[in-house]
Design a protein around this ligand. Structure first.
Ligand code: GBH
Length: 466
């Protein structure tokens, strides 16, 4: 068997987030988060809070080396009093002991979208104080768990928190104000800087963050990446790239907002919230950049188009659908874009180590008596892994790959019908069952690579070789 292998020591695992799996939303003094308030399906989720032993066991049996989870801020600081709830941290204490006992390296994310409702009531991310609260929270979590976690990610996808939470309002807290979205973005960046500083000062071994980097391309480029663009389309692509990707990448890694974005912020929100010294603070050195990749953004210039509320400043840009294969959520499947993302990051930030912190897909899984044969998920992940390997072979410093996600879970505004798990969950009984993709992933991990596909039909070369 020919193996397309990954570098020795390549880190394989899965990612989850607190609100999507834990349930137990009022256990041991937890306070409400903005997602408890916002979400209609009040959430037992996967009851991971009580079943974490079983879930760690599953990961162990599948051979996972790494597990990225998030800490629920409202478990730690439940209300407006600012009083620490030690019982909330006890859960992560138990989880970490379990993980380390199973030989699985924990990667902790401090914020995966579940702001304490008390802080939202005080103004939420559009308010500067929230960033300071985040730094206190980061320090408190590190104080309790820092002896067992080496790698700390401050945020998961701050673009989503700012622009879906406060811009389009399709995420909690469901506010719809372009000005607040830009203020939220800045304070999330500031919170990253302050949090990274606090973690570093407390002795964290590695500090990083996780961004959703979506390559931006025109419909024509989806089939032909080298396709030349009109000036109008090139401008549309550059602007959406600046709003969606560079607005976070560049302050964090270079200490400056992209030139395209500053005037948009200024005319939408003013610049009163951007204070002297903020950008220096935001640009704390980081050891690891987590990249979440699912699908590209496909756009073209369209003069009459109003701005998309998730991209204030996107007037004159049309978000397009393309005739590619899609996941059940309708997200275009374009694995080559993952090579492109990694190639770009490696070129622009050659010093920064990278990790794929999320990649995966929802499909409609058919549960049969003899198993869950999720062939589409297997090919999705396999094709994306091949794309990662291409970038690695070109020299991108990609240290690992984490599948989104371990178990079917609560997919935010979409509830429980979206299935991203390697493991199926029957939400009536909480029974877990491995899908074929879980077993396939176990084998990938075991051989640290993919089986080179043999052509099904003889090709000219194989015929000639006979
Ligand atoms: C991840 O976000 C999350 O980290 C994870 O919690 C979640 O379960 C998982 O994806 C699956 O959804 O149409 O304007 O939103 C991915 C978020 C989804 C953000 C695609 C950008 C396209 C642009 N990304 N989205 S928009």
């Amino acid at each position: 068997m020919n193996i397309a292998s990954f570098p020795e020591g390549f880190i394989w695992g899965v990612s989850t987030s607190a609100f999507q799996i834990e349930g137990a939303t009022s256990a041991d003094g937890r306070g409400p988060s903005i997602w408890d308030t916002f979400s209609a399906d009040r959430a037992d989720a996967c009851d991971h809070y009580h079943r974490h032993r079983e879930d760690v066991r599953l990961m162990k049996d599948l051979g996972m080396a790494a597990y990225r989870f998030s800490v629920s801020w409202p478990r730690v600081f439940p209300d407006a009093s600012g009083k620490l709830n030690a019982a909330g941290l006890d859960f992560y204490d138990r989880l970490l002991d379990e993980l380390l006992g199973a030989g699985i390296t924990p990667y902790a994310t401090l914020y995966h979208w579940d702001l304490p409702q008390a802080l939202e009531d005080a103004g939420g991310w559009p308010v500067r104080d929230t960033a300071r609260h985040f730094a206190d929270y980061a320090a408190a979590v590190f104080d309790r768990l820092g002896d067992r976690v080496d790698t700390w990610f401050t945020f998961n996808e701050p673009w989503v928190s700012a622009f879906l939470g406060y811009g389009s309002g399709i995420h909690a807290p469901g506010r719809k104000s372009a000005a607040d979205a830009f203020r939220a973005a800045h304070h999330l960046l500031l919170a990253h800087g302050l949090g990274a500083q606090a973690l570093r000062a407390a002795g964290a071994a590695k500090v990083g963050t996780v961004l959703n980097i979506s390559p931006v391309l025109t419909p024509g480029q989806v089939s032909d990446a080298a396709r030349p663009l009109s000036a109008e389309d090139a401008e549309a692509v550059a602007r959406i790239d600046a709003l969606g990707n560079r607005q976070f990448l560049e302050p964090m890694l270079r200490g400056a907002y992209p030139a395209e974005v500053l005037p948009i912020i200024e005319r939408t929100a003013g610049l009163g919230h951007v204070r002297d010294g903020d950008l220096e603070l935001i640009a704390q050195p980081i050891d690891l950049l987590g990249v979440n990749y699912y699908t590209p953004l496909v756009v073209q210039a369209q003069p009459s188009e109003p701005a998309d509320p998730a991209y204030p400043g996107s007037e004159g840009v049309l978000f397009c659908t393309v005739p590619t294969a899609v996941t059940a959520m309708g997200w275009p499947i374009v694995p080559g874009c993952l090579s492109q993302v990694l190639r770009r990051l490696a070129a622009e930030f050659p010093e920064t180590e990278l990790m794929i912190t999320e990649n995966g897909a929802d499909f409609v899984d058919v549960v049969t008596g003899d198993g869950i044969h999720d062939v589409e998920r297997i090919s999705f992940i396999e094709e994306h892994l091949r794309a990662v390997r291409v970038a690695v072979q070109e020299g991108a410093k990609v240290r690992g790959f984490l599948v989104w996600t371990l178990v079917d879970n609560l997919e935010w505004s979409d509830g429980y019908q979206r299935k991203f798990g390697l493991v199926h969950v029957d939400f009536a009984t909480q029974r877990r069952r491995l899908k074929d993709s879980a077993l396939w992933y176990r084998d990938v991990i075991k051989r640290n690579g993919l089986v080179e596909t043999r052509p099904k039909r003889p090709t000219l070369e194989t015929v000639a070789a006979r």
